[in-house]
Design a protein around this ligand. Sequence first.
Ligand SMILES: C=C(OP(=O)(O)O)C(=O)O
Ligand SMILES: [Mg+2]
Length: 428
Amino acid sequence: MNDLQITGVRALQILDSRGYPTVKVWLTANDGTISVASAPSGASTGAHEAVELRDGGAEYSGRGVEKAVDNIRGEIADLLTSRSWGTLADLDQALVSLDGTPGRSRLGANAIVAVSMAAARAFAAAAGAPLHVWIGQRLGRGGRLPVPHFNVLNGGQHAANPLEFQEFMIAPAGAPSFADGLRWGSDVYHALAKRLKQQGLATGLGDEGGYAPAIARPEEALDLIVAAIEDAGYTPGRHGIAIALDPAANSFYTEGTYTVAGRAHSTDQMIHYYEKLIADYPIWSLEDPLAEEDTDGWPALTAALGNRVQVVGDDLFVTSADRVRDGINTASATAVLIKPNQAGTVSETFDTLTAAAEGGFGAMVSHRSGETDDTFVADLVVGAGCGQLKSGAPARGERVAKYNRLLEIQDENPDLPYGPTGTHLNDQ
Ligand SMILES: C=C(OP(=O)(O)O)C(=O)O
Ligand SMILES: [Mg+2]
């Protein structure tokens, strides 16, 4: 394969789906091919994830990213055009070395991840392969279309309602194909709106396109969703439409106590609470059920529930291969959420996917709550072959862009299998 020679670098501050500034990058290769990528942005971030560079301060806000853009136009462009690149791993490593900080705070994780994503596209284009095929080759995996996890009801830091749990997702595991699963999800999404209206609840949306009604108890949300699945004519459960939760427990944990709908829970009580939810509702996956700093709680929860549901670390692992290996050694979870901008580069994201697979962990690829029309995660999940994606509701342009890209991939590759392997979604 020929080396990649980058001859042009363009960067711009654009807006993400929340209307906050983010970074867009264009890389031109010497054959004239232009590869584009945009950085997403999280709101409920883990303490250890790579750090966005924001003008005037690193914490999340609507502040500008002009400095990050300037870094791409300056130092990063100089690096990228200074030599040819044999592999993405070399290019990413050079970016990480140029930054020189563990958290990517000098040049900005938003600048670096956008460049890395665009570079991955440039390598794929140079190889004449679709991005998902090129990614599959890098990871040594066969392609697979994911079960989409639609976040249909929003709370936590993604909505202004009193619901502490952040994400209530529906997963059409029993659908015969990705395209059918997408239709099933959209049917339930619309049935849920009807239910909410019937009950006098608001149908305004949270950041990821799910409804954000003024309810506080997770059970109320789950009752509404199960009813909507049935209203739409589907069967709740792993043979039909299962439920996945991302409570994002960091945000309702203080000094050893989890507060849910006005009630305080110790870690043990929280584990019992999830046990009851799992018994009462067709929940198959639990992401960030406990806070990232509750390090004794995670193995206890996984020992208690890990044979019944998938236990996913997001803020706990922040897409870091080292943290995933620790999690495997301590049996702290059974799967990892994969967000390239937490890891910092695409190559590090690949390393984390590999570490997870080597340790028998599952993986779910994920968007961020602040998104753009970039569809990188759709190709990533197919190439990774892990069979699970969350990209928000089956509505709102920045969310459906990913689902629509998967429809294209399915259409172009009708033999790709659908769904995860080796997870609880295949049980029963
Ligand atoms: C997608 C998520 O939200 P954010 O992007 O705000 O971290 C999440 O917590 O899984
Ligand atoms: Mg999460």
